[in-house]
Design a protein around this ligand. Structure first.
Ligand SMILES: Cc1ncc(C[n+]2csc(CCOP(=O)(O)OP(=O)(O)O)c2C)c(N)n1
Length: 557
């Protein structure tokens, strides 16, 4: 190990490397396996260290933070048990294409390979889900590995990178210098790329844009709208990208997610050209690889995505452009389109369908509050720039179906559908975007998976508005169960705590509603609360989702 008067502790060099990469917040659960790093952070008041209560929560916070900033989220966990708890975030970072750097304490170098206490081979255990895994045995390499990990996590299709840190290495003295961030390139389309797209577009009477990724992020939203307006394009938003275009804009043609009514999908499938811009075209967005159809779409497909590996991998593609989606949209918007009169009628038809689907019809079930009524009350009363988070579960179907999204909103949810994102995601959002309303919709199942992170919120002074749908069930699974095995309830019933008393025990405010006539007032009080507040809704189970009821499911409808 290099030593000398200018040598510094590896952990301190690591902190300086983080600074160079713009890291200002790290989410963690501490471990004895990376004490030197925690000690180095003690001297770094510019890096906010947020200690969570579970590594799954810490990982989800880092994911949410990355979704908001566009930069890699950073999470530090202990070896073995800490790392395996954090695995859910690594999986979701891969599914959601979110840049994440996971730091894991590791056993001392002399013990590697001996089956030491809590030892795991991370290259093998995370190898299939992370973009890259490093184990830094030589402190000299630490700055270089950090630069590589941040670069790989953020480039093309972003994703998770894992760095294992043998605990004794972190205390080594080193002369290694910080390595500056490696440049990220954004490839712009060439003139011939735009000509090729315009040539296909000129022949199209029913063009359908499926927008996702960077095209729907705040940086891409203006270009998406401008390109749609310039060429009369019908814009459908990919799964959990519904805030990409104002839902009351005439070019809005709906969104793709779970349980979209078949007639809606069939209408979209009448497109004679699909322009997938920024979207990876995953399972949920494509409605099970039917829109576009794999492997041979029913119409020509233009696929614009920064990652060449995503293009043509599943779908036969008429024109694949491995370029920055925002630059593509800007170039498209700058060009005049051929007037194609049929496009207006196509667009108006899809827009009308999307509006009809979004309209809410009160349900009045007899066994509790229709959660949809709560969601539409929030949509009416919330600030125009509210941050809206959804955990995974049926309660979210009303949020996705009925919230009138505007580009000023920020929708945060996991495309990968893991439960437990609701509270940690809200913690990260409230810390990163103080002053904005942070509403998180969560089921009773998801709430108790990571709800303990409410303690993290209280400790960090993050103000969350948690809206819990207590239908006494893992409702999503119950829905599938009733459809496939009617009346045979198995493993899906839940006996819950008193959520309000539970929230109050953390120091949060709590409100409970059991009747529909309590909704308006409860929503107003929730929105007005200054600190963290939990609104428990005693929800109907009969009204199991925004699209169906238990009775309909049992009847095979
Ligand atoms: C971590 C994780 N475990 C299990 C699942 C499978 N799953 C999907 S939704 C769901 C039930 C959600 O229940 P709840 O949070 O109460 O919401 P509801 O569907 O009742 O509205 C389950 C178990 C999952 N997606 N993620």
């Amino acid at each position: 190990m290099t030593a000398g008067s200018n040598a510094r502790r590896a952990a301190d060099v690591m902190v300086e490397s983080f600074r160079a990469h713009g890291v200002d917040r790290i989410f963690c659960v501490p471990g004895e396996s990376y004490l030197a790093l925690l000690d180095a952070l003690h001297d770094a008041p510019d890096i906010d260290l947020v200690a969570a209560r579970h590594e799954g929560g810490a990982g989800f916070m880092a994911l949410a933070d990355a979704k908001i900033t566009g930069r890699a989220g950073v999470c530090a966990v202990s070896r073995g048990p800490g790392a395996t708890n954090a695995a859910i975030a690594v999986h979701m970072a891969e599914q959601d294409a979110v840049p994440l750097v996971l730091l894991i304490g590791q056993v001392a170098r002399a013990d590697l390979g001996r089956g030491a206490f809590q030892e795991i081979d991370y290259a093998r255990s995370f190898g299939a889900i992370a973009k890259g895994v490093w184990e830094v045995r030589d402190a000299e390499q630490l700055p270089e590995v950090i630069a590589q990990a941040f670069h790989l996590a953020q480039r093309e299709t972003p994703g998770p990178c894992v760095i294992a840190l043998p605990e004794d290495m972190l205390s080594d003295m080193t002369l290694a210098e910080v390595v500056a961030p490696l440049p990220l390139s954004h490839t712009s389309p060439g003139a011939s790329d735009i000509e090729a797209a315009l040539a296909l577009l000129a022949k199209s009477e029913r063009p359908l844009v499926i927008a996702g990724g960077r095209a729907t992020e705040p940086a891409g939203r203006a270009a998406l709208q401008a390109a749609a307006e310039a060429h009369d394009l019908a814009v459908v938003l990919a799964f959990k990208r519904q805030d990409g275009l104002a839902n009351d804009h005439p070019n809005f043609a709906g969104y793709l997610g779970f349980k979209i009514p078949p007639a809606q999908v069939e209408a979209m499938a009448e497109a004679d050209l699909i322009l997938a811009i920024g979207a990876r075209l995953n399972d949920t967005t494509t409605q099970g690889y039917r829109l576009p159809r794999a492997p041979r779409p029913d119409q020509p497909l233009i696929h614009v995505h920064p990652d060449p590996d995503r293009i043509g991998a599943v779908f036969e593609t008429a024109l694949g452009l491995a370029v920055d989606p925002v630059a593509f949209l800007e170039a498209l918007a700058a060009r005049d389109g051929e007037p194609v009169s049929a496009r207006k009628a196509w667009l108006a038809g899809l827009n009308e369908r999307a509006r009809t689907l979004a309209a809410y019809t009160p349900a009045h079930p007899g066994d509790g509050v229709d959660f949809g009524a709560v969601v539409v009350a929030f949509a009416r009363q919330a600030a125009a720039d509210a941050v809206v988070i959804t955990d995974a579960g049926n309660f979210g179907s009303w949020v996705h179906r009925h919230w009138p999204w505007q580009p000023g909103n920020l929708l945060l949810g996991l495309v990968g559908g893991a439960m437990g994102f609701g509270v940690p995601g809200a913690v990260a959002a409230a810390l990163r975007l103080p002053g904005r309303q942070v509403l998180s919709f969560i089921g009773d199942g998801g709430m108790l998976m990571t709800g303990g992170e409410l303690a993290t919120a209280m400790q960090a002074g993050a103000a969350l508005k948690l809206i819990v749908s207590n239908n006494r069930s893992f409702g999503t699974i119950r829905l599938h169960q009733e459809r496939d095995y009617p009346h045979r309830v198995s493993g899906t019933d839940l006996a819950n705590p008193d959520f309000s008393a539970w929230a109050r025990s953390f120091g949060a405010e709590a409100i409970t509603i059991e009747r529909e006539d309590e909704i308006e007032d409860a929503v107003a009080r929730t929105l007005a609360a200054e600190g963290s507040v939990l609104l428990e809704v005693r929800s109907s189970l009969e009204a199991i989702s925004a699209y169906t009821t238990l009775e309909k499911l049992r009847g095979g409808r």
